[in-house]
Design a protein around this ligand. Structure first.
Ligand code: NDP
Ligand code: MG
Length: 383
């Protein structure tokens, strides 16, 4: 029996993690979870179980919920997230938070010797060096949930480690067939309409700008210790080949499956075992054809920025990620247009001044620099 804590349980990955856990009650038990405010999304779990440690964002919500659900214990804020990440009963912490907010709890969980199942890619992008050092020092396992990285981990698990390149597949997101000039007039609703996956708002927007793939390139670099010139991105519209590994003998191993995040979530929790899952088998005849195309870096400038930031190995990836988080939040709040996201973030990336990144504080400062640049740009201040 594995005891599991879920950070970000009310989100897309969090709810699917709860679903996986509920289907294997003999293997997994949820001992704690967090939401920011959407407690109603997990109310069914709160009613069914007792003795959970639950974190919410605000103290007043924690107090109110303590009287509504006296069978559970409530904590709040960033300190609460850290307390939850270090839950004494937890074996594995699933980090399904969105954004750099996930960084501190991840580090705290690793220091508390918890195994990590990581969906929260922004943590590795901003502080990959520190996270991976902390993982090694504490000898815990870090399993990716992101489908591409899960695919690569699965391709590698049974094979020699003489890798020639990692090939990350990209669906291209909501606007893959639009030119840059056609992006002038797209709406928030259009941007949130992903062709293959149903996900949280931030990652759906990141998919449409391809920043998501850029973040994943950096994530792959840290997870698999692979140089950037051995990580490639190709467009694969069907999202059936989740990623591939080419080995030194030119053999390529790919992992295929229906686009359903419960597969990589379950693998991250059950590894090295594979458990059954109640899903239709992938029908390759129905899928009919699988296509692969090169990615246009001019059309998707944030993918180029992410490669450049990753290669610098300084605080630029953290700054780029912070700038992107601020720009996507502004777009979701209807403060800027879709096309402004990559225009502003590329401009921020080219203008900021970078330093070495050695500590968590360096990552926090770089994240703030990126956010501040975008906020200033939007408010019309000097940047
Ligand atoms: P969602 O937006 O659906 O969920 C985010 C979760 O984090 C929610 O539980 C939300 O709580 C909580 N949260 C958000 N902001 C804060 C905050 N400031 N403090 C505390 N909690 C917060 O995101 P996704 O599930 O889509 O994505 C989560 C992570 O997984 C991201 O890093 C994403 O890139 C990655 N990922 C997601 C995939 C997917 O299919 N969704 C696929 C691959 C990777 P509340 O609901 O109360 O607001
Ligand atoms: Mg992915």
């Amino acid at each position: 029996m594995k005891n599991i804590v879920i950070l970000g349980a009310s989100g897309s990955i969090g709810l699917q993690t709860l679903d996986v856990i509920s289907r294997h009650p003999d293997k997994f038990r949820c001992v704690g979870l967090s939401v920011k405010s959407r407690i109603e999304a997990v109310a069914h779990v709160l009613r069914l179980h007792s003795g959970l440690l639950i974190c919410v964002e605000k103290a007043e919500d924690a107090l109110r919920l303590s009287s509504e659900f006296p069978q559970h214990q409530f904590v709040w804020g960033e300190d609460g997230l850290i307390q939850l990440a270090c839950h004494v009963e937890a074996d594995t912490v699933v980090n399904a938070l969105v954004g750099f907010i996930g960084c501190k709890p991840t580090l705290a969980a690793i220091e508390a010797k918890k195994n990590i199942a990581l969906a929260n890619k922004e943590t590795l992008v901003s502080a990959g060096k520190i996270v991976m050092e902390t993982v090694r020092r504490n000898n815990v396992s870090l399993m990716p949930i992101d489908s591409e990285h899960s695919a690569i981990a699965q391709c590698l698990s049974a094979h020699d480690k003489n890798i020639r390149r990692l090939i990350l597949t990209a669906s291209g997101g909501s606007f893959r067939d639009k030119t840059r000039s056609e992006l002038d007039s797209v709406s928030l609703a259009d941007a949130l309409n992903h062709p293959n996956w149903s996900m949280g708002a931030k990652i759906t927007i990141d998919s449409a700008t391809m920043m998501n793939k850029g973040l994943e390139v950096i994530e792959a670099h840290w997870l698999f210790q692979m140089p950037y010139d051995q990580i490639e991105v190709i467009m694969h519209r069907q999202s059936i080949v989740h990623s591939m590994v080419e080995f030194e003998d030119r053999a390529i191993i790919a992992q295929l499956g229906t686009p359903d995040m419960r597969i990589p979530i379950q693998y991250a929790l059950s590894y090295p075992q594979r458990l059954p899952i109640e899903l239709e088998s992938l029908d390759l005849v129905k899928a009919h054809h699988l296509t692969f195309e090169s990615v246009d870096f001019k059309r998707f400038p944030l993918l180029r920025c992410a490669y450049l930031a990753g290669k610098r190995e300084d605080n630029s990836a953290a700054a780029l990620n912070g700038a992107n988080e601020a720009a996507v939040a502004a777009f979701l709040a209807n403060e800027i247009r879709f096309i402004d996201i990559d225009t502003f973030v590329s401009e921020a990336f080219d203008s900021m001044i970078y330093h070495e990144l050695n500590t968590l504080e360096d990552a926090i400062a770089a994240d703030k620099m990126g956010r501040d640049w975008i906020k200033n740009k939007i408010s019309g201040g000097n940047v």
